[in-house]
Write a protein that binds this ligand. Structure first.
Ligand code: ADP
Ligand code: LRH
Length: 489
């Protein structure tokens, strides 16, 4: 029996998941789960990277105490955030969280030095204030000059485990520093940041064997013997690998978690002016693919409402309360930057509704309903854009990730896009991480086979569209709302 462990850390939670393949069916066992989130100190936002590393060790100890002495291991986390190492290989400072406000206005500043059109033609990456390019531009120049290596978060976690420094490609592409044509860091963008190529590590593809856990850690902790395999370390890259195969029907996906990442997998990037205009991205995927997708504000909105409400309700309960609330009463333009990291999400939503002349959502159920209605409408708008840009009509939308648990949002999405929604697997990210390990070890032949196994092994829920008599009027309101939001920019 081969044991494979996925370490999957999203912005809201992390887990170690054991995957086992028996009789053509893949099963998952969650060995360890822990919460994640950034903390704000003196106006800056940071991740607690040492806590995350300790949770990985704790999870591995649990693996060992469950009787597993030998396994393979892959790591994925959220994208874009980085760790600076000094010449001795020590972390130089705390790890900024991408919602930190030091990048406010930086995109505009950089645009004066290099045009966004040029950056897009080179990288194919959507403009997001928190792309590593902008974070590094906002970083202290002296500190950057002193950095011997710049690793992204999962690269760093591998480094802590085995001592090897890499920049894994699926995640490295989210820096907005990789040149699509050269498949390397772009010299002009590095020069703009006053960085040297050797401050980054070797670009590494998913599937490469990185080594084993260091003797020091093995001596200090009771860990299983692990072969470290380079996963598709960007969680969204792994989530897309974990999307079940669709035979004969054209599909798009939403990786639905803290963000809703709506897109398709492509063999070639689409970095055309039209794609730039619509702000679609071409993040690098495993096995020579591209994730042509858009970031939508996602379940961060409800995470913040829940947190500010003192976590009185679970996500399931909030969805139930939303289901009982009046539908389409108030809508928000969810991708407005005002929702990226407001001081108080509940107040921000209320002000957005009041400002656009809509009823103000008061109760948690009303707030949740406003969020889910708005997300479903934004999925419709961006899906239409996606079809236009790729020239491919989409028959079915596959929703994976934690958001696949939200039956109300899935049904609203089906009703509003007027197409079938297939929800699940919830743990597609861990599955995609495991798929790379299984392919590397020869347990499965390729990603097509892995996706077929995933489709057969997990229950996928179908939501068929129901007639929505008020859809036409709703779309007019949605359109108007965006005109109002744009006018307020
Ligand atoms: P990330 O990897 O970005 O941390 P996940 O994929 O773990 O996110 O998804 C977390 C989200 O899934 C939560 O914010 C919540 O909105 C949603 N979710 C999880 N469980 C449920 C549930 N039982 N009902 C409704 N929504 C849920
Ligand atoms: C989702 C995600 C997304 C990135 C954002 C930083 O967890 O990795 O793909 O854009 O976080």
């Amino acid at each position: 029996m081969n044991y494979h462990i996925a370490v999957d850390i999203g912005a809201s939670s992390g887990r170690l998941v054991l995957g086992t393949l028996a009789d053509g069916s893949l099963s998952l066992e969650e060995i360890h789960r822990f919460s994640n989130g950034f903390t704000e100190r003196d106006g800056s936002c940071f991740w607690d990277i040492d806590y995350l590393f300790d949770e990985i060790l704790l999870g591995l100890q649990k693996v060992k105490s469950s009787g597993i002495t030998k396994c393979t291991l892959g790591i994925d986390t959220w994208a874009v955030d980085y760790v600076l190492l000094d010449a001795e290989g020590n972390r130089m400072q705390e790890v900024y969280a991408y919602r930190d406000r030091r990048t406010d206005g930086v995109m505009e500043e950089v645009a004066k030095l290099i045009s966004p059109e040029t950056v897009y033609a080179k990288t194919g990456i959507q403009q997001l204030t928190f792309n590593t390019l902008y974070q590094l531009y906002a970083h202290s120049r002296e500190e950057l000059a002193a950095a011997d290596q710049i690793l992204l978060v999962p690269d760093y976690l591998y480094y802590r485990l085995c001592g090897r420094k890499i920049n894994e490609v699926t995640n490295a592409s989210t820096t907005q520093l990789l040149n699509l044509a050269e498949r390397e860091f772009d010299a002009d963008l590095l020069a703009l940041l006053h960085l040297q190529r050797d401050q980054f590590a070797v670009l590494t593809e998913p599937g490469e064997v990185l080594g084993t856990i260091s003797d020091t850690l093995m001596e200090q902790y009771d860990l299983p013997e692990c072969e470290l395999i380079c996963a598709a370390t960007h969680d969204t890259a792994s989530a897309v690998l974990g999307v079940p195969v669709q035979n004969g029907r054209s599909s798009a996906y939403i990786s639905s978690g803290t963000w809703s990442l709506l897109g398709v997998e492509l063999k070639q990037p689409v970095n055309t002016p039209a794609a730039k205009e619509a702000n679609y991205t071409n993040e690098w995927g495993a096995f020579g693919t591209y994730r042509f997708l858009k970031n939508i504000m996602g379940l961060w909105l409800i995470q913040e409402v829940r947190r500010l409400d003192g976590e009185r309700y679970s996500f399931g309960e909030l969805a139930e309360l939303a289901g009982a609330a009046e539908g389409f009463r108030s809508l928000i333009p969810c991708n407005d930057p005002r929702f990226l990291n407001p001081d108080n999400m509940i107040e921000e939503i209320r002000q957005a509704c009041a400002g656009s002349g809509q009823p103000v959502p008061e109760s948690p159920g009303e707030l949740a309903r406003c969020i889910f209605d708005s997300l479903a409408l934004s999925y419709r708008s961006y899906l239409a854009e996606l079809e236009h840009l790729t020239g491919r009509p989409v028959e079915v939308l596959q929703i994976v990730g934690g958001g696949a648990n939200n039956a109300l949002l899935c049904q609203l999405t089906a009703d509003i896009i007027g197409r079938e929604v297939l929800a699940g697997p919830v743990e597609s990210t861990a599955l995609g991480n495991l798929a790379v390990q299984m392919i590397q070890t020869g347990t499965v032949a390729n990603i097509q086979e892995a996706r077929t196994i995933i489709g057969k092994s997990f229950k996928i829920k179908s939501y068929l569209p129901r007639p929505l008599p008020q859809l036409k009027e709703l779309l007019v309101r949605w359109e108007e709302l965006h005109t109002v939001a744009a006018a307020g920019d």
